[in-house]
Write a protein that binds this ligand. Structure first.
Ligand code: HEC
Ligand code: HEC
Ligand code: HEC
Length: 407
């Protein structure tokens, strides 16, 4: 017996030592590094590629890399990253050779976007997008756009700020999150006339709707989207800029999903950000005006073919039938302004700018009612017909208050 306990004791000690040294390694090495692979690539910058790359980047990159202060992709703090992961900053990806990615080769950019490994070998954590299955032509378009003379990517010498990942983030990057393999074959964009195939491509490989719209990020299968738990059945909770959780919608053709939506309803909801009942879709969903009408219809065609899942997601929509509120701050919360602009009024769009852009209350009201009439590609949805008339005055007073509070 004594011998047994001795052996058990030494085994336990050994395990403690192994685990302990692994944890120490995680703490010391931080986010892991990997060997990089040289990719020979020279993307020809054509107007068609720049236009498509701009649309893709506007859906996939802009939200994270656009700095309100510079109006360029110079990076900012990712405000909606849960604190458990530490703090993360996206980086300057303008054409500046020193502070941006002006000196990166096309191959280095493609390698990072596909695998998640930066040119110095550092792994970019999951809060940087990865596109392992997007078509080659779409990668070329993104690169062509990043090299273009669009004002958002023109060289800016603002230095990137370093992220401070928590121990948990480092640990997960050692054990759970791994880089993707660089594809060893050509990946083509399906023909748009084959609606189901094209829609499937957007949902799984291009924009990757399935990641947010399946049961959970924890149980999604990045390499085989259809094997994700609750594939496209919704219910995945994610925080807005205010930390409040919004659950994704069920996109399967079940009555609890989009089973009763017609094609036009669907197209309007994703391109304009307005549900058939008139409610604007809330962040982290955004209106996707960059999608062509034919692309949106292809997505609908594909979603109609996926296995229906009965999942009546708890949506927590605000009560729109109640009496008008009179407190500006409560109205700002009620309509989810806070989910995009945060408590300080910055977030995705900077309310301090409204002093200059919309100096009069009538111009400010016109913006809130219908932002796309000013900027067709904006991510802010129209609130016309949603916010009660009597609520505009207190809401606008609160917007002014927030913008004055910041210098
Ligand atoms: C969800 C937020 C998010 C999205 C979306 C996103 N990025 Fe990033 N990106 C980051 C973060 C955070 C980093 C910093 C990662 C690090 O340094 O570990 C980063 C780093 C980068 C870098 C490396 C720059 C450097 O100096 O190391 C490039 C290039 C880049 N992103 C390009 C893109 C492109 C192109 C897209 C769209 C296809 C995109 N990103 C989408 C958050 C994002
Ligand atoms: C970043 C995560 C994310 C991504 C990516 C995303 N969605 Fe969403 N989506 C959401 C959330 C969250 C909601 C719920 C919004 C709400 O309740 O107001 C939503 C709602 C919707 C709705 C409204 C359905 C309803 O019943 O209200 C549709 C339609 C939709 N998304 C389609 C798409 C499509 C198509 C794509 C890909 C092109 C996509 N989404 C990508 C997070 C996302
Ligand atoms: C889905 C995200 C989202 C929601 C919800 C949202 N906004 Fe915005 N808002 C934005 C973005 C993004 C911009 C930046 C404009 C642009 O360039 O597209 C913006 C810009 C603005 C501006 C103009 C700032 C400037 O650039 O001059 C005002 C004012 C504003 N929002 C007020 C509101 C109010 C009030 C609400 C609630 C009723 C609200 N927003 C809800 C995303 C949102």
């Amino acid at each position: 017996m004594k011998l047994f306990f001795k052996i058990l004791g030494s085994l336990l000690l050994l395990i403690v030592l192994i685990v302990g040294s692994f944890l120490a390694k995680v703490q010391i090495t931080g986010i892991p590094s990997y060997k990089t692979q040289k990719v020979d690539l020279k993307v020809e910058v054509t107007p068609e590629r720049v236009a498509r790359g701009k649309a893709i980047s506007s859906m996939l990159c802009r939200q994270c890399h656009l700095d309100q202060a510079t109006g360029k992709l110079t990076g900012h703090r990712l405000e909606d990253l849960p604190n458990d992961f530490g703090t993360a900053y996206s980086r300057n990806i303008t054409n500046d050779p020193e502070h941006g990615i002006g000196s990166w080769t096309d191959g280095e950019i493609a390698y990072l976007l596909r695998t998640g490994i930066k040119r110095n070998g550092h792994y970019a954590p999951p809060w940087m997008v990865k596109l392992p299955r997007i078509a080659d032509e779409d990668i070329y378009s993104i690169i062509a756009y990043l090299r273009s003379d669009d004002s958002a990517v023109q060289a800016s010498s603002i230095p990137s700020r370093e992220s401070e990942p928590s121990f948990l983030a480092k640990f997960l990057c050692h054990v759970a999150f791994k880089p993707f393999a660089y594809p060893d074959h050509e990946i083509k964009v399906p023909d748009i006339h084959d609606k189901v195939a094209y829609g499937k491509y957007v949902v799984q490989d291009g924009i990757g709707c399935f990641a947010c719209h399946s049961a959970s990020f924890k149980t999604m299968d990045e390499n085989h989207p259809e094997k994700s738990q609750g594939y496209l059945g919704g219910g995945n909770g994610m925080p807005g800029m205010d930390g409040k959780i919004i659950y994704t919608a069920n996109l399967t053709p079940d009555p609890t999903g989009i089973g009763n939506w017609n094609e036009d309803d669907f197209v309007k909801s994703i391109r304009e950000g307005i549900r058939p009942d008139g409610r604007p879709l809330r962040y982290p969903m955004s209106r996707l005006p960059e999608l062509g009408d034919d692309e949106a219809r292809a997505i609908y065609a594909y979603l109609k073919t996926v296995p229906p899942i009965h999942n009546d997601v708890e949506r927590n929509f605000p009560d729109l039938s109640g009496a008008a509120l009179s407190d500006g701050k409560e109205i700002y919360h009620k309509y989810g302004c806070i989910a995009c602009h945060g408590e300080t009024g910055v977030g995705l769009g900077d309310l301090t700018r409204s002093k200059i852009d919309f100096p009069t209350d009538s111009s400010l009201m016109a913006w809130i009612k219908n932002p796309p009439s000013f900027k067709p590609m904006t991510k802010m949805p129209p609130f016309n017909g949603i916010i009660q008339d009597a609520e505009y005055v207190p809401l606008m007073a609160y917007v002014r208050q927030l913008s004055d509070a910041r210098k």
